[in-house]
Design a binder for this molecule. Structure first.
Ligand code: ADP
Ligand code: GLC
Length: 528
């Protein structure tokens, strides 16, 4: 009750760019009402990115904003944001947000910066709001193994809810992403239950990856000041001395989403649910799969400012030029080896983790490289064992393999534009963006039949000349090898290959379409 009064007093008007659709409150109930959506995440491109999560949050926010919805996006203010020179403006009304835990207190404030390419037709730009708490977020990276990691993500959650409360902004839906935001649904049921503007707020938890669960020792419950509500955490796991932010979000979010239909089914089974499948199965009526999309402003070969030559399905000359430029950049030979046909250039852009299936490569790649059938370009960073593997492959096949270890936005575009085949042999893949980017760039994806890869790549059918890529099922080097063989057969028949490229380039994965599914879901949540 005290909290409710406090927030009422502090409520300030917080005008957010003119909403093109009539607001719910002004119309009572209207099916076309603009929604108020707060998106919260640990990554948002271009401010903080290690993978697809950052792209998805930025693209969805942009699409919703352009459709006239009221959108707010919350992200921690990482040290790198200051050093990368982003144009951050402190928000005067949102200073001195005090977040108390039993043994520590933090004082946060909020800065904002415009999300690039988010202009509406009326010129309104969407601002991203950064929870500024240097004590917690000025670290070497976004994710740490520091002893206060639980406080970092808890503070993002509490900071966001406090800001919404202070600004009197009655979000229809707080859309949480991954375990970093998993405590938001919990806080809204407990500590923040009486924050008035959020009384009707629903929560959606999007799961981008079951392998990241934010699991901590059970003692953090006391450190977070949640001893009184200890009974609301997963009791079985507590008995084992652990508590997970993702599982807590799964228990308390109004609805759950994941990033492809197939993954939504997979995670209800032991192989992909990673221990949380019983919780997900129990909530299957409120669990949906909505595939990610592609940000066409950033990823369109006919207007991509980062690639050396532009091209389209109607004129692929620029793609051949991009291929040449890419091979030159890596010092890879353009000509076929002795007695060989034109090699197929294979690309990889990826986080280098066990998820991505690269352990299948050592048994099969050397043969193709020795025969001069393929060239390989790799951009990635991650676990040392994979980095070392790709380095050693480059050392063994100089002139046939190019490797860049690190994060490089421009190079990612060059590779999508310049290679013939994009390799994603993932062990599991909630959605995956690169296979869709590849299709837009006339680059044929070769993927494993899992998660979003299964939903977005249609296997090439030689009889009907239909399909967009190559798909293998068993997670074995043999199955992958057989599929590379099939790809090479089609590669040798350039007419079929051209059809395959055109089929892929004709697909529409734009966010305009995908965001409509989120809007339908938000509306369904608000109505229930
Ligand atoms: P995940 O989120 O599991 O990493 P996705 O396929 O959903 O996989 O998204 C990966 C995103 O990150 C893509 O936009 C891809 O281009 C980008 N990316 C991954 N690694 C790198 C890298 N080393 N340099 C630049 N971009 C990268
Ligand atoms: C995750 C998944 C990836 C997905 C991305 C964005 O990191 O690994 O498959 O595309 O999130 O949802």
């Amino acid at each position: 009750m005290g909290q409710r009064a406090e927030f009422r007093e502090m409520a300030i008007s917080f005008p957010r760019g003119g909403s093109e659709l009539p607001s719910r409150s002004s119309l009572g109930f209207a099916p076309i009402a603009a929604l108020k959506i707060a998106l919260v995440a640990s990554e948002t491109a271009p401010f903080a990115k290690t993978g697809g999560l950052a792209d998805v949050v930025a693209s969805l926010a942009r699409a919703l904003h352009r459709q006239g919805h009221e959108v707010r996006v919350f992200l921690p203010l990482y040290e790198s944001l200051r050093s990368d020179g982003h144009d951050l403006t402190p928000v005067e009304e949102l200073r001195d947000i005090r977040i108390d835990y039993p043994d520590r207190s933090f004082t946060c404030c909020v800065s904002k910066a415009a999300l690039p390419n988010s202009d509406r037709e009326d010129g309104t730009v969407l601002d991203v709001e950064f929870i500024d708490c240097p004590e917690l977020f000025d670290r070497g990276g976004y994710y740490t193994s520091d002893p206060d990691e639980h406080l970092r993500w808890s503070t993002l959650c509490r900071g966001t809810l406090d800001v919404l409360g202070r600004s009197g902004w009655s979000a229809d839906v707080v859309h949480c992403n991954d375990y970093h935001t998993g405590l938001i649904p919990f806080y809204l049921r407990t500590t923040h239950r009486d924050v008035e503007p959020l009384a009707e707020t629903r929560t959606l938890l999007s799961i981008h990856n079951m392998s990241f669960q934010g699991t901590f020792g059970a003692d953090i419950i006391d450190e977070l000041g949640l001893t009184d509500v200890r009974g609301m955490f997963h009791q079985g796991h507590l008995a084992q001395g652990r508590v997970g932010f993702l599982e807590t979000g799964i228990l308390y979010a109004s609805w759950l989403a994941t990033v492809s239909e197939t993954y939504a089914t997979e995670i209800q089974e032991a192989e992909f649910g990673m221990g949380l499948e019983p919780l997900l199965k129990a909530r299957s009526d409120q669990l949906v799969g909505i595939a990610n999309g592609v940000d066409v402003d950033e990823w369109s070969p006919d207007r991509d400012a980062l690639i050396p030559h532009r091209f389209s399905a109607a004129d692929l000359t620029g793609k051949a030029d991009c291929r040449k430029a890419l091979l030159d950049r890596f010092g890879i030979a353009q000509e076929p080896g002795p007695g060989s046909t034109d090699p197929m250039v294979v690309g990889i852009v990826s986080r280098l983790t066990a998820q991505k299936g690269f352990e299948l490569l050592p048994d099969i790649l050397p043969a193709y490289l020795e025969q001069g059938r393929i060239r390989l370009v790799v951009l990635g960073s991650g676990e040392e064992r994979y980095e070392r593997y790709f380095q050693s492959l480059r050392d063994s096949y100089p002139g046939s393999v190019g490797v860049y270890l690190g994060f490089h936005e421009e190079l990612a575009h060059w590779i999508e534009a310049g290679v013939d085949l994009f390799l994603m042999p993932s062990r599991f893949e909630p959605c995956g963006l690169n296979q869709m980017l590849s299709l837009r760039y006339g680059t044929v994806p070769l993927v494993r039949h899992t998660g979003g890869l299964a939903d977005t790549v249609e296997p090439w059918d030689v009889d009907t000349s239909s399909g967009t890529g190559f798909v293998f099922h068993d997670f074995t080097a043999d199955a992958l090898g057989a599929t590379i063989d099939r790809a090479l057969e089609v590669w040798d028949d350039r007419r079929s290959w051209a059809t395959l490229m055109q089929n892929g380039m004709a697909r529409d994965f734009s966010w305009e379409r995908q965001s409509a599914s989120y809007v339908d879901l938000y509306r369904q949540m608000v109505a229930s």
